[in-house]
Structures are given as C-alpha cells and as structure tokens.
Ligand binder design. Structure first.
Ligand code: GLC
Length: 634
C-alpha cells in the first residue's frame, strides 16, 4: 500500500492523522513532472534553471511547513473527495466585504443569512490592502500580506475562513496576479530606479516598443484609461498598464515574479482560503506582434501554480477569470495532455452573456446554437455559472463565438444588446447603462443590477403589477438556467432580494469615474427583512431562489460537467439535458413573454416534475419566462 493509500484508509477508519509530511512527500512525487514541464516551458532555457527550481521547491516546502495542522488535516479529508467542488450543493455568493457587512467580523455574523439561502462558497471581492485614492474596487493591491485595514486584519481573515469552514462554506478570494498597484513596495522601489524591481514590471525607455505593441492590443477601459502604457514621471519611462494607469502589469518572464506570486498564494492558502480567483489571467504573458492575451506561457504559469499548490496545499482550488470566447476559455481548464491540469474552475462568461442576449431577444435560438458549440471541459473541472458580477457584461467577446454567425451579424446584434440594456430601444424593459463607450466603440459593456436589467426598476417606477410579476419571472428564469446548467452557480449579492441600481453612485467615495458602481450596491438589510413577508418582491425572489437551490442540492444528475443543449421545434425555449451515472435531468426555460409549447425530443422514460413530483407528458407548456425541471419517474 502506498503512503497516500495508508493515509486514506486511516482517515476513513477515523484514525488520527499520523505524519502529514509523508503525504506531502507522495504529492511531491505525483506532481513533480507537471511542475517541471510547465516551469521548463517558461524558464527552461535559462542558465540558472536548476537553481530556480530549487528555490521554487524551497517555497513549496515553506508553504507546507507553515500550514496549520488543521489545514493539513483538511487537505487529507478533501483528498477523500476530490470532486467536492462539483457536488450539487456547492452554491456560491459573491460580495464586497464593506458593502455586505462592513468588516470581516461583520461577514462572520452574516453566516446564518448565507446558510439560510443555501450558500456553501463565499467569494469576497478584493480585500487585501489597496492603494490610497483610486483603487479599481480593490483590484490595485499595495500589499498581498495585509488586509485592507478598513475591513480588519489577516488574523480576522483566518478566523473568518475557519468559521466558514466549520459551516461548510468555502472561502474564495481574488489573487490579483496580473498587476500590483503603483504603491506596492516593488513598484515604489522600481520608481526609485532599483533595477531588480524594475524587472518585476515591463518598462520601456521611450514609445518605440509601446507603439509597436499597441498595434495589436485591445483596450479594457477604452474610455477612462485608453492605451496600455503609462508614463512614469520619476523615471521618464513607460510601464505596461493593461487596466488603469496605477495598475502595473507584472513581468512573468522574470522568474522572481513567479516565485513571489507562488509564495503569496501559499501564504494566503495558509490563512484558510480554499479557492483563488485568478484575476485577469489572459493577460499574464506579453508577446510582440500578438494581442498579448491567452498566450501559451500564460497557460504554463497556471499549470505550474496548480502542480505546486497541489503539493503544499492540495485542498486549494484555482478559478480562472478569463472573459474570452469559449474556445479560448475552456483552455484555462487544461487541454490535450494537460487536460484538467490548469484551473479547477472557470467563469462561464459565454453562458452569462448569451443569457442576456436571449432575454433581450425573447428567443433561445442564438443561445442554443452558441452553447452547443462550447467545447467540452475536462471531467475533473467545473464551470462557475453566473449572471451578474461586479463587472460589466462584456459584449465584444461574442464576436468570436460561433462560426455560424458572421462578424457583421454579431456586430449588429451586440449593438442591439448594448442599446436594449441601456433602454435605448423601443419596448426595452431594462434600465442599465452603457459602460466604457467611446466614439469609435459604441459597444463595450453594460452596467446594471440583475433586477434592474430584468425590468424590475421600470416596473416598480410605473407601479405596474403585471410588469413587476414578469420581471420577477425573468430573474428566476435566469437563475433557474444557471442553477440547471452545471458547475457552481454564483449569486451576486443583492440579486436574491431583487436589489436595484444605485443611481447615486457618483456621490460614492469609491467611485473613480467607473460606471460599474451603478450595480455595486450596498446591502440593504431592511430589504432583507422583507424576504419572508408574503407578497413582497423580496420574498418572491428570495424564496423562489432558495427553493431552486434546495431542489438542486438533491439532483445529482447535475453533478460536474456541463449541460447538452437539446433542439426542439420551438425557438423560444432553451432545453438543457444532463446524464451521468447518477441519473438524468431536463431543464427547460421559456425566454419569451408568451405561453410556449414544445415537445422533448427522444425521451423514452416517463417524466416527473422535480418540484412537484407530478407526472409530466413529453409535450410541455410553459408560461412567460417559466422554467421546468424534469427527471425520469422514480
Ligand atoms: C478583473 C476584475 C475587474 C478589474 C480588472 C483589473 O477583470 O474583475 O473588476 O477591474 O480585473 O484588475
């Protein structure tokens, strides 16, 4: 029996864990090839490669040694169920610490609220010490080893992580690995001319190279931060800044940067963080003559991190934030011989964007086609399915979505979507806003909360009961589909209560000329108090959503994987199908405001409605925006 197997059987028998370091030794063996092959792709041609590998192993050892006994035990427990994050009761919730509960201690007090909703995964948006002044909602980190003092301390973070773990809630935080703020000590040293730290970033003495790079680069904040390079006055040089001028891109061709980020990851994992959202991963590697996104080396960086973290802290999961077309997106989960060896999870931005597209058009024709063309994901990976998050809905990624639509067609369609959600088309129910539009690029993204984009804001303003009902149905339709798609569904704070846009955002101290604050609302606990008051919108949304969450937890046919799209003769309806060893499930949703009928294709078994247990014929009728979940009769 191998050491790991001995550990496993000891654990199963409930015996105390002996020497966790034996398991560590086994894991080093298991992941050595992956780590080494990824590191050689990045740095193998360097003369000091052997030294570098030794340094990286020292970091891994230190990471393991500094891990608490509790966490080492937890690692072994997780190794008994490596598919824990694919279970159907894993439901995420995302929020800003301050906007949800003031401080980390405040978040701890809200655990009962999260549990009531059925939450088992909590993503707290950036909480490490940011720069002063403008900070991109915390995505401009000045110190990876300290918490934003307004939220608490690193000790508070560890306490919270433990308390969440005791409640079976996994803590997720952002690892902002593409850049630091210009106030980070590395950036400060670089500004003072220290060459070691200048090499942590991408500096250019003049505009020659930046201008050559720019020819192929896109702009993320085209309106508020045009261009990808910033002039650093102290040095009279240019530095690469994909996002805001105060967010300096790190230079991963320098292995010191890789080591720093590995050490940071392990340090934070040792505070009890279980899931890392790897921020902006497509941008990690730069190459002249390309758009410097999704480069093979960016994948090698993630693969190396995955192998090394699997040695020291194997219960940790990596999640890719890559808002790119689906054929690029699935690569962040690993492919070919590396399938399943990059991130464990990736945001399904294609599903998210296409859901908004279907809702605006009132038909599922396009979403069915696009979802059917999404490449399959590795078996040991999973999607994070979401509808809204702290960012805008980025339309541009759709342009490369399937070959069955031409560029011109996508351009016209995304123009329509951008107009529709900004309420600039006739019959739009939405009240969102355009994000980062410029003269040349009318279509970039859309801001707005789930409820406002689904029509609740307009309906409440007009006091129109029928429209209020329809908007609640739309919200529940959208959630029903992400809950029924597969992967970890993510609830964006406030969606569960139908919270509306914050129109006063420009008076908010955090607002730094960034329209995304329209939907980054503060939790309204008075609204939360209405969640069980009969007839209130808050009650309809909250109870509708928690009912779906409970239903899902018991439907193991949904575990892992991704749904297959079934074609029916009715374009208004999206039909998803799951089949695995545990069973079969159909999830259907009507995207139109009319009653729709359709027939499920190729179904032999008798079906029942999962919610009511009632028999259901293969011919189905759905009310406007209604969904149905069906399984073979037991
Ligand atoms: C990610 C974040 C976004 C931020 C950007 C730069 O895309 O989601 O909010 O502005 O990275 O860090």
């Amino acid at each position: 029996m191998s050491t790991l197997e001995t550990f496993d059987s000891e654990l199963r028998a409930g015996a105390p864990v002996g020497d966790a370091s034996e398991a560590f030794d086994v894991r080093k063996e298991i992941y050595a090839d992956d780590a080494l092959s990824a590191l050689s792709e990045l740095y193998g041609s360097r003369d000091d490669f052997a030294e570098l590998v030794a340094r990286i192993y020292r970091a891994v050892h230190l990471g393991f040694d500094q891990r608490s006994e509790n966490l080492k035990h937890f690692d072994l427990r997780r190794s008994q169920q490596p598919d824990w994050f694919q279970q159907t009761d894993r439901i995420g919730y995302m929020c800003y610490v301050d906007r949800f509960a003031g401080t980390l201690g405040g978040v701890e007090e809200k655990i009962p609220y999260l549990k009531e909703l059925g939450i088992t995964y909590l993503h707290l948006l950036p909480l490490l010490k940011p720069r002063d002044g403008d900070r991109d909602g915390g995505f401009a980190v000045s110190d990876f080893h300290n918490v934003n003092p307004d939220f608490g301390t690193m000790a508070d973070l560890s306490t919270l992580a433990e308390e969440l773990r005791n409640n079976d809630i996994s803590l997720c935080i952002d690892l902002i690995c593409n850049h630091t703020s210009d106030e980070h000590k590395w950036a400060m040293a670089a500004k003072s001319g220290n060459q070691t730290y200048k090499n942590y970033y991408n500096f250019y003495p003049n505009r020659t190279l930046p201008d050559r790079y720019e020819k192929d680069l896109t702009e993320v904040f085209a309106q508020s931060a045009p261009g990808n390079f910033t002039h650093v006055e102290e040095l009279d040089e240019w530095v690469w800044t994909t996002f805001y001028p105060y967010q300096w891109d790190l230079n991963y061709s320098n292995p010191a940067v890789f080591v720093e980020m590995l050490e940071t990851l392990l340090f934070l994992a040792n505070q009890g963080v279980e899931i890392f959202r790897l921020d902006s991963v497509p941008f990690l590697w730069k190459e002249l003559g390309t758009d410097s996104q999704n480069r093979p080396e960016a994948h090698s960086i993630i693969r190396a991190l995955r192998a090394l973290v699997s040695m020291a802290a194997p219960s940790v999961c990596l999640k890719a934030e890559a808002i790119v077309p689906s054929n690029q997106l699935v690569r962040y989960l690993g492919r070919g011989e590396h399938a399943g060896k990059e991130c464990h999870l990736a945001y399904n931005s294609t599903l998210m964007t296409m859901l908004w597209s279907a809702l605006a058009e009132g038909t599922a024709k396009r979403i069915s086609k696009v979802l059917a063309s999404v490449p399959p994901i590795p078996e040991n990976a999973s999607w994070v399915s979401y509808i809204r998050c702290h960012d805008d809905i980025r339309w541009g990624v759709l342009h490369d979505e399937t070959e069955s639509y031409s560029q011109e067609e996508w351009e016209a369609h995304t123009q329509f979507l951008s107009d529709f959600y900004a309420s600039r088309t006739e019959n739009s129910f939405a009240s969102g806003a355009k994000f980062q539009t410029t003269d040349g690029h009318e279509v970039h993204g859309t801001s707005g909360t789930m409820a406002s984009l689904c029509g609740l804001e307009k309906a409440l303003d007009a006091g129109n009961d029928q429209d209020i009902k329809l908007s609640v149905q739309r919200i529940l339709l959208m959630y029903s589909i992400i809950l029924g798609y597969g992967g970890i569904p993510l609830v964006n704070m406030g969606d569960e209560l139908g919270m509306l846009n914050n129109r006063d955002y420009q008076n908010n101290a955090d607002f730094d000329g960034d329209g995304r604050w329209l939907h980054r609302v503060s939790m309204n606990w008075q609204q939360a108090d209405k969640r069980h008051q009969n007839g209130m919108v808050e009650q309809k949304v909250f109870e509708g959503l928690s009912e779906l969450i409970q239903l899902r937890a018991g439907l193991t046919a949904l575990k892992g994987g991704q749904a297959h799209v079934l074609a029916t003769a009715n374009d208004a309806v999206l039909v998803l199908h799951h089949r695995n060893a545990q069973g079969e499930l159909y999830v259907a949703g009507n995207f139109s405001d009319k009653v729709q009928k359709f027939k499920l294709p190729n179904v032999n078994a008798s079906l029942e409605d999962c919610r009511t247990g009632k028999a259901q014929a293969k011919s189905v009728e759905l009310k406007p925006y209604e969904t149905i979940w069906l399984q073979p009769k037991h």
